[in-house]
Design a protein around this ligand. Structure first.
Ligand code: CMC
Length: 430
């Protein structure tokens, strides 16, 4: 929304006015879209430290307060009162569902849980030991080959079906990646189970005997999905938006988001965090690793710590800590060495001057690896779980971009610092 306020930029004695836009919450922004035309200058903001790339109605983060809102609702209230599918409905439609809408939505998602039988053949092309995120990038991207002709992004109905397909098929695709890796047969979805219980059935069930989901563990995983469902303009979401801004097929865009999420600075941190805890191994070695994390000449970082936006605490980490305690209690693992180690590491880091001064707090990934490990999910699958949950955020943001009247292809500019113009010499003179 525009205001009467403006920002004045003076360059070489000449002043230029730029409108200031305000949002519902958070930082106001200076609208510099006319800067290049007015001044011949661009802004430089590598890493987007001060750049709002779009207007969005989906998610709000107050990094100083440690607040996260989906469509205006605090994450704590959503995690406590709603299932992941209700949260997915909220993100997709802007409002929480009533009972009828919830029932209808759950039924619709169940209708889409199976994947085209031909898609199952893709898995055979991968080595059994392929990283499941590599498999996900390929298989989700391949969905575009199944639904390309039938997908008109200008048609709201088709967009809605596409979003429903993504929500419904991601658990099936993730579970198949796991089954392929372990050499067990793929499990078909069971539509008498709810979304998360069905995922656990496809992950842990076998054709030999019926899988009976544990409600405490199912609830924990459902909460993990909710906590990861969206996070405004993070790296993978921005990737999905940028890929989609050219009009690319949305399944291919989600595949691009999965590729971005895989990195250890983003969604790969939960896997990296658990590996780090395994490497530390014992409470007695925590000091040594804290020292390494502070050493400028050592590339080691404390995985699961720090965040670009949260500079007080990550509200998802608080909720995840509770989920972790519940799961370990349910499984009788309260004295789990890894959990104790994580607690000690958290305590020491939170008191350490370096971490306090740089405002480095545990993020969502700090405890999520421990929870997932306790649930029986192997380390290499952690980021796939994140991708499954984040896919609703990606699709919601993709649709918001496609339907934005100001929508344009994303095309950043640059500061060129390469060789100055020069002349090619013939080969004999080089
Ligand atoms: N351990 C030790 N030092 C750290 C850490 C850490 N985990 N994170 C940041 N720092 C230091 C960093 O070296 C820098 O120091 P200096 O000012 O002396 O150069 C300072 O703190 C600022 O860090 P930055 O890397 O400039 O901050 P950023 O906003 O670019 O990066 C981050 C944020 C999350 C990538 C980074 O904190 C990090 O790599 N953390 C570990 C990986 C991790 O847990 N990622 C999960 C993020 S939450 C899940 C998600 O949403 O994807």
């Amino acid at each position: 929304m525009s205001t009467n306020r403006t920002a004045t930029l003076t360059i070489d004695g000449k002043s230029h006015e730029f409108p200031i836009m305000v949002g519902t919450h958070g930082n106001d922004v200076i609208d510099i879209r006319t800067l290049g035309a007015k001044t011949g200058l661009f802004t430089y903001d590598s890493g987007y430290l001060s750049t709002a790339s779009c207007q969005s109605t989906v998610t709000f983060i107050d990094g100083d307060k440690g607040e996260l809102l989906y469509r205006g609702y605090p994450i704590e209230q959503l995690a406590e009162n709603c299932s992941f599918l209700e949260v997915a409905y909220l993100l997709k439609n802007g409002e929480l569902p009533n009972q009828n809408q919830k029932t209808t939505f759950e039924g619709t998602i169940k209708n889409h849980t199976m994947v085209h039988d031909q898609l199952t053949r893709f898995y055979n092309g991968f080595r059994r030991d392929a990283h499941p995120m590599a498999v996900m990038v390929g298989v989700v991207g391949a969905l575009s080959a199944f639904y390309h002709d039938a997908m008109d992004a200008a048609d709201p109905e088709q967009r809605s079906i596409t979003i429903n397909r993504i929500i419904a098929k991601l658990p099936t695709i993730v579970a198949m990646a796991y089954k392929y890796n372990t050499g067990q047969p793929f499990m078909y979805p069971r539509n008498n189970l709810d979304y998360t219980a069905n995922f656990m059935h496809m992950m842990f069930g076998t054709p030999c005997e019926e899988y009976v989901p544990n409600p405490v563990l199912t609830h924990a995983l459902d909460t993990i999905f909710t906590l990861h469902a969206d996070h405004e303009q993070n790296a993978s979401t921005s990737t999905v938006r940028l890929a989609g801004s050219s009009g690319a097929n949305p399944y291919a865009c989600v595949s691009a988001g999965i590729a971005c999420l895989w990195g250890p600075a983003h969604g790969g941190a939960n896997e990296a965090c658990l590996k780090m805890l395994e490497e530390i191994g014992d409470v007695s070695r925590v000091g040594e690793y804290i020292k390494r994390a502070k050493d400028k000449n050592d590339s080691f970082k404390l995985m699961g710590f720090g965040h670009r936006v949260y500079k007080n605490f990550d509200p998802r980490a608080k909720l995840m800590g509770k989920v972790c305690a519940d799961v370990l209690a349910e499984l009788g693992l309260e004295n789990d060495g890894m959990f104790k180690l994580a607690k000690e590491l958290e305590k020491i880091a939170l008191e350490d001057e370096y971490f306090v001064e740089k405002k480095l707090y545990p993020n969502v990934d700090f405890y999520s690896g421990i929870v997932q490990k306790a649930l029986g999910i192997p380390t290499s699958m952690f980021t796939c779980i994140f991708a499954l949950a984040r896919s609703i955020g990606w699709m919601t943001q993709w649709e918001e971009m496609i339907t934005d009247p100001e929508y344009k292809i994303g095309r950043p500019r640059q500061l060129y610092v390469g060789a100055a113009r020069r002349t090619v010499k013939p080969l004999s003179q080089r």
